[in-house]
Design a protein around this ligand. Structure first.
Ligand code: DOR
Length: 446
């Protein structure tokens, strides 16, 4: 029997920080208490004095590129890197090759994950202009949700037929996650900039092309449609202050029908960073102004934004090192997720309790994930220890992604994830992976 006792940790859970111990038995949290004594000589004791113990992050938006784009990443490579960032569960997106737009293709991804994933997993089914029948066959108890690209991005999965969108919103029971950027606005902007600069548009202009206006038009249209049809809508990666006013904090999360996600890059970077980082921080939606970043933090803290994700979306350096119009959008992030967020905590943007709410409790509530997202007796032992004062610098040698680069290269983080437990097994420890743990398919209370 796997027995691990974590002692003297700052246990962060449900809005509180308590100094105490957590006993893991098998794959579950057996006991949480002020002081638990070792009950068997087989128990491994880990002294976590001075460390935070948090529930593993549940990342509701990643692109792990498998199948079909494995020159960029694989489920194995990225889920392993995710453990170092404190992520124990992920929900992966359908813009692979082939796209996950039939149940058979989606199940192939589940099979790959069951054989190779280092972390717990689920996937989103991809909606298109012509797969409504298949969407309606998806079993909501088995799949995280439905992803709709209401603005085109990597993978050409734009769903732009208003009549079809209305049918999907009206008929599906699935939670709809939407990428919202208005295609016509972006197209017009891009034409304007190409006519002046050709393909080599300065990166600083990315947020003028993929503009705040494009985000607002698309998010507000999706919300209007969700209100009209009663659909359950989750708007992915808000990037502007203006959009935050489309969301409410009046209801508890479990009762909301319209929710919002923000990603780490939009909380961390601003348009001032384009000069130094170039296409390494080219994302869709674009990283925008300081005012937008501040507005996102405000809405996150006051409950209008519900969850934090990474939108981990690796491309090779060769692909990224092209001119503006050719360089794909997206960048890797999972390996540094909690370290970057703790950095923002140190800078005063967020409390540790809130950080845990937005990375673990809320994704569990929002997706109705069974037995995860909390440090509670009987729950799965997906746990992470963070040393808040262990400065370290991101460099090529310590990057775990298949693509081999990070937008954080050269950055020194004050904190570091030191231990990650997956279903009770210590799978990551101080830069090493002692054991590939039993990753599990996420299950849902639906
Ligand atoms: O920047 C992005 N990259 N945004 C997306 O929506 C897709 C992603 C990708 O898959 O590369």
């Amino acid at each position: 029997m796997n027995l691990i006792l974590i002692k003297n940790a700052q246990i962060v859970n449900e809005g509180q920080i308590l100094k105490g111990d957590v006993l893991i038995k098998g794959d579950r949290i057996a006991e949480v208490g002020e002081s638990i004594s070792v009950k068997s000589s087989e128990t491994r004791v880990i002294d976590a004095d001075g460390f935070y113990l948090v529930p593993g992050m549940i990342d509701d938006q990643v692109h792990f590129r498998e199948p079909g784009l494995t020159h960029k990443a694989t489920i194995a490579s990225e889920s392993k890197a995710a453990l170092a960032g404190g992520i124990t569960s992920f929900i992966e997106m359908p813009n692979t090759v082939p796209q996950a737009t039939t149940i058979a293709l989606l199940e192939e991804k589940f099979t790959i994950a069951s054989e190779t994933s280092w972390a717990n997993y689920s996937f989103m089914f991809g909606g298109t202009n012509d797969n409504l029948e298949e969407i309606l066959k998806v079993d909501e108890t088995k799949v995280a949700g439905l992803k709709l690209f209401l603005g085109s991005s990597t993978g050409n999965m734009l769903v732009d037929d208003p009549a079809i969108l209305e049918e999907i919103f009206s008929k599906t029971n699935l939670l709809i996650s939407a990428h919202c950027e208005d295609e016509t606005t972006i197209k017009n902007n891009l034409e304007k900039y190409v006519s002046v600069h050709g393909d080599d548009i300065p990166m600083q202009m990315h947020p003028e092309i993929r503009s705040a206006e494009a985000c607002y038009i698309s998010s507000s249209r999706a919300i209007k449609l969700a209100k009209k049809t009663g659909a359950r809508l989750h708007v992915f990666h808000l990037s502007t202050e203006r959009e935050t006013h489309l969301f409410s904090n009046k209801l508890p999360l479990a009762k909301k029908k319209i929710t919002a996600e923000v990603c780490i890059h939009h909380l961390y970077f601003t348009d001032k960073d384009y000069a130094a980082k170039g296409t390494k921080i080219k994302w869709n939606p674009a990283v925008k102004s300081q005012k937008d970043k501040d507005g996102l933090w405000k809405a996150l803290n006051d409950g209008r934004i519900d969850v934090i994700a990474t939108d981990h979306a690796p491309h090779t350096l060769e692909e990224k090192n092209q001119v503006y119009t050719k360089a794909p959008s997206g960048g890797p992030l999972v390996q540094h997720a909690l370290d970057a967020l703790f950095e923002m905590h140190h800078k005063g943007y967020i409390s540790v309790e809130k950080l845990v709410e937005k990375t673990a409790h809320n994704p569990a509530i929002l997706f109705q994930i069974k037995d995860r997202g909390y440090i509670r007796e009987g729950y799965k032992a997906d746990l992470v220890l963070v040393n808040p004062t262990a400065p370290w610098t991101v460099n090529k040698e310590n990057i775990g992604y298949k693509c081999g680069w990070s937008p954080f290269e050269g950055t020194t983080f004050k904190s570091r994830v030191t231990h990650t437990f997956l279903n009770g097994v210590l799978v990551y420890e101080n830069g090493k992976y002692p054991k590939k743990g039993p990753s599990e398919r996420l299950t849902f209370n639906r």
